[in-house]
Design a protein around this ligand. Structure first.
Ligand code: NAD
Ligand SMILES: CC(C)CCC[C@@H](C)[C@H]1CC[C@H]2C3=C(CC[C@]12C)[C@@]1(C)CC[C@H](O)[C@@H](C(=O)O)[C@@H]1CC3
Length: 345
């Protein structure tokens, strides 16, 4: 009978390790002495000591070969949130996560750390200092959010001390930093097309934007504190910068830092939200004839015009989490990392 080699606790796999968050996580894990395997549908870089396994997380056999002798799995793969491909979200975030859990159990993985999202409780209305015990959104604002909810439930329900398989979910919010393909690039693209002149609402809404290295720190703390006798088992943790900021001040700082003008003119939130819904309906109707990608989607307008910031008190208490990089420092580093997106570049 074959004996299963007990995996080293410093051997881990990052599913989605070619992505924005995944790559930052891989780099930090390597710095901390972990042996890292990346599992992704694409290879975006090379790093000494990191092994890449190319495959789709819906393919259990492909996953199994990447999880050999791995003790900790970080699952941070997802289709891009801006996509409106409902079946892709269902296949990857829900069915694929079931496959990830199954593969972890078969491979003898001991810990699974899921990158969830604070948006699992967001329904498009204000959340102020939201705690983890807020109920999941009953009417999720898009397919991305709906499937992130199902994904988180699957992972937390799979936690089993009897099976020696422990799970935890990290809920970051508004991740930004160097190499982010979303927030700064979309913002700059909108500015270049003259669409960042307006503030949606009165501009006083507070939001969490979280520096990527702080999110990585939260993930590693969670992996290292997750033990059978710890309070982490089957729990979700908000990881934020713990410095809520006015949405439009944050956007203005990034825009001005890159040489663009800050938005100044105010538009009523209800008007812009209504228009974004109408535009979304029109794009749905016209989809067989023409593909339109609106800048102001209902999700983006809701995020731009409401309060949504979260308490990370639970992470402070159970993980000893403190954000290592302040918001100001994070904005400076981020702006400096995008010389190609500066005005006139
Ligand atoms: N970016 C944010 O603001 C934010 C905030 C909260 C939570 N999250 C979550 O963090 C995680 C990482 O987000 P990101 O911003 O780094 O996204 P990203 O798009 O940069 O990275 C996702 C990675 O997953 C991979 N992937 C997608 N489908 C796959 C599949 N079927 N099989 C294997 N790999 C697959 C992609 O190739 C990509 O490398 C996601 O789970 C996302 O839901 C992101
Ligand atoms: C056109 C402007 C009104 C807005 C331009 C900036 C937006 C592209 C970003 C502002 C807030 C961002 C955000 C996300 C995507 C990019 C923005 C809309 C997420 C929806 C990405 C997915 C995450 O899970 C969400 C989270 O809970 O952290 C993000 C929320 C903030």
């Amino acid at each position: 009978m074959a004996t299963r080699v007990r995996p080293s606790s410093k051997r881990c796999a990052v599913i989605g390790g070619s992505g924005f968050l995944g790559r930052h996580l891989v780099e930090r894990l390597v710095d901390r002495g972990y042996t890292v395997s990346v599992f992704d549908i694409r290879q975006a870089y090379e790093l000494p000591g990191v092994t890449f396994h190319l495959g789709d997380l819906c393919d259990k056999q492909a996953l199994l070969s990447a999880l050999k002798e791995v003790s900790v799995v970080f699952h941070c793969a997802s289709p891009a949130p801006g996509s409106d491909d409902r079946s892709l979200f269902q296949r990857v975030n829900v069915d694929g996560t079931r496959t990830v859990i199954q593969a972890c159990l078969e491979a003898g993985v001991q810990k699974l750390v899921l990158t969830s999202s604070a948006s699992v409780v967001f329904e498009g209305t204000d959340i102020k200092n939201g705690k983890e015990d807020l109920p999941y959104a009953k009417k999720p604002i898009d397919y991305y959010t709906a499937t992130k909810i199902q994904q988180e439930k699957l992972v937390l329900e799979a936690c089993s001390k009897e099976k020696g398989f422990l799970t935890v979910a990290i809920r970051p919010h508004g991740i930004f930093g160097p190499r982010d393909p979303q927030l700064v690039p979309i913002l700059v693209d909108s500015a270049r097309r003259g669409k960042m002149k307006f503030i949606i609402g009165d501009g006083s809404n507070l939001v969490d934007f979280t520096y990527v290295e702080n999110v990585v720190h939260g993930h590693i703390l969670a992996a290292e504190h997750l033990k059978a006798d710890s309070p982490l088992c089957a729990q979700a943790y908000h990881i934020t910068n713990d410095e809520p900021v006015r949405f439009w001040d944050f956007m203005s700082q990034v825009l001005v830092g890159l040489g663009y003008s800050a938005p100044r003119l105010h538009l009523p939130y209800a008007l812009v939200y209504g228009l974004s819904l109408l535009l979304w309906l029109i794009t749905l109707v016209l989809r067989p004839l023409v593909q339109i990608k609106p800048t102001f989607t209902p999700m983006r307008v809701a995020l731009a015009g409401t309060h949504h910031y979260y308490s990370c008190a639970r992470a402070k208490q159970d993980l000893g989490y403190r954000p290592p990089v302040s918001l100001q420092e994070a904005i400076t580093r981020t702006v400096e990392s995008y010389p190609h997106l500066r005005q006139g570049a």
